[in-house]
Design a protein around this ligand. Structure first.
Ligand SMILES: [Zn+2]
Ligand SMILES: [Zn+2]
Length: 556
């Protein structure tokens, strides 16, 4: 074992003690031991034990631990504290801008244990509520995490979208004569992207020369397919190379899920060797109405009767689920309403956090009164635009909502969400959710599983049971459109539609900029064939008012 490894171990031990809030003095002595060892002119492994103890700055405790490492290759004190530290907390040490003290606050006070959760907390503007975290620190942390995660190879659709567009443009500029058509996961609008792929008429050798001279490495090189991996963005770029007459076939085949393609081949006896001039022609030759790439997932889609037009980004008529300055949002209600009007929206549902959400500056009864008075005032000024009074009520541990019925009666609609004690078995999660759904004051079930894509799996739930309960109690299921949530998972939306449960594509906006997230909700909803008629946030103001009235009648 060399001095660097030993020094690193001491340094890590010191940091972990600090994170755990153990003995500040011990932590300091390990940190300074690490510093001393790194600077030593001789390797500790070449010294006799007696000579180690007399080195300046190394006393008995450190000396014993050095010998332990030299003899066993391990340090028990470090192993022990590592076993008591969640892996995500250890990972935070590699993020620039957060030292052990801050990590300790993040872990112990914000109860955040993974980088993904921390990133989400930054986007919810939650860090600034804590001592030592200014807006600038929060922004720095956010950028460092994004950089770090970007290097791991998987991206949210929203994270990789600008890069995909940019690189497509660059290639079109480089090869003006050739086609470059995005295909694969990206064209299917998957929520998480592991590789970007194109169908192209460009030759593999030409691509190879270009990418290798731009610092990329070849990852696979097969007949008709070549892929590269770059340093700047750790994502695979793959190319299906074919001649012009086969472009449509290639595009079709690479824009289907495996399941869909297999079923398609079986059903239509598709002859891949016969060139088609467009994807539409492939569908009509297969006696099937056109199915967009984003819907080519399950085999059953092929035999489904042609559905009406799936929802489009322009079909969002109002912002449901938004947070203002009253809780943890960035903008005032006034600013949020004006932005919504500018964007041609008809209404805004303000649903700040409820009183138990102290970490998000949740509203107590008194502040609610003041907020409602402000909304009344704004509504008088801004009509026909309308702001609805709502709350994102925490679903408490026993499944009850966060206020008395008297207070709940003051809201136009109530969004019920779980924010605390997310680590729970299915039984507990279902008890909380089912109690919340059957509560007559609940109108919308917020982010159903609490998942954060690429960072937190979410608590386990029985989707079918939840959907049935929502149908029975006339509760809408939110499709939280934050690109890191996209929760309910789109794979369950068709089940909800079948049971006549409305979906609501909600941005969960913590600022005006957050409104734009609706689009990511729409992109995954399209995969499930959701139509605007089945999406609450596509309701016109008049329809939405009728919806509010029905919800209020549930409470009697
Ligand atoms: Zn929430
Ligand atoms: Zn929210």
């Amino acid at each position: 074992m060399d001095n660097y490894t030993i020094a690193d171990n001491f340094s890590l031990l010191g940091k972990l003690l600090d994170i755990h809030g153990d003995n500040g003095f011990k932590a300091k002595s390990y940190a300074s031991a690490a510093f001393t060892i790194e600077k030593l002119p001789v390797q500790l492994s070449e010294l006799k034990p007696a000579d180690i103890f007399v080195i300046k700055g190394i006393g008995n405790t450190i000396g014993t631990k050095i010998i332990e490492q030299l003899e066993t290759g391990k340090m028990e004190a470090l192993d022990e504290i590592l076993s008591k530290t969640p892996p995500g907390i250890i990972e935070m040490l590699s993020i620039k801008g957060i030292g052990p003290k801050k990590i300790s606050t993040i872990w112990k006070e914000l109860e955040i244990e993974t980088l993904g959760e921390l990133l989400y907390a930054c986007s919810e503007n939650r860090l600034t509520l804590y001592k030592g975290f200014g807006e600038k620190t929060q922004q720095n942390i956010k950028e460092s995490i994004e950089f770090y995660m970007g290097n791991l190879g998987s991206y949210l659709y929203q994270q990789i979208e600008p890069f995909a567009a940019d690189i497509t443009e660059k290639m079109k500029g480089e090869w003006k004569e050739n086609v470059f058509l995005l295909t694969g996961e990206f064209r299917r609008q998957m929520e998480v992207i592991e590789k970007l792929e194109w169908v192209t008429t460009c030759s593999p050798s030409s691509l190879e020369t270009f990418f290798t001279s731009n610092g990329f490495e070849i990852k696979t090189d097969e007949i008709g397919y070549i892929s590269f991996k770059g340093k700047e963005k750790n994502i695979t770029l793959g190319f299906y190379c074919c001649d012009e007459k086969n472009v449509s076939n290639k595009l079709f085949a690479t824009s289907c899920s495996e399941e869909f393609l297999l079923a398609w081949k079986k059903k239509t006896k598709w002859d891949e060797t016969k060139p088609f001039s467009s994807e539409e022609d492939i569908f009509s030759a297969g006696n099937c109405s056109f199915i967009p790439a984003y819907e080519r997932e399950k085999a059953e889609v092929i035999s489904r009767p042609p559905s009406s037009q799936p929802i489009q980004p322009g079909d969002i008529a109002g912002i449901i689920h938004s947070h203002s300055k009253w809780s943890d949002g960035v903008n005032s209600i006034d600013e949020m309403a004006k932005a919504a009007i500018e964007q041609g929206l008809q209404y805004l549902v303000i649903s700040d956090h409820s009183k138990t959400a102290f970490y998000a500056n949740g509203l107590n009864e008194e502040r609610l009164k003041a907020q409602h008075a402000q909304i009344d005032e704004l509504n008088a000024k801004l009509a026909p635009f309308r702001i609805f009074k709502s709350i994102e009520s925490d679903i408490l541990n026993d499944g009850s909502l966060d206020y008395s019925n008297d207070v709940l009666a003051g809201f136009d609609i109530v969004i019920a969400s779980i924010h605390s004690n997310l680590k729970m078995p299915e039984e507990k999660a279902m008890m909380r959710l089912m109690n919340a759904i059957s509560n007559p004051y609940t109108s919308i079930l917020g982010h159903m599983t609490g998942r954060l894509l690429l960072s937190r799996a979410g608590y386990p739930v029985d989707h079918e049971k939840i959907i049935n309960a929502c149908a029975a109690h006339n509760v809408v299921i939110e499709l939280n459109a934050h690109p890191r949530r996209l929760d309910i998972d789109w794979r369950w939306i068709s089940k909800a539609i079948e049971k006549n449960v409305l979906i609501s594509i909600d941005p969960d906006a913590h600022s005006i900029d957050g409104y734009a997230d609706c689009r990511y909700g729409v992109l995954v909803a399209q995969k499930a064939g959701l139509t605007k008629e089945k999406n609450l946030s596509s309701f016109s103001l008049q329809q939405f008012e009728a919806f509010v009235a029905t919800q209020k009648s549930k409470r009697k």
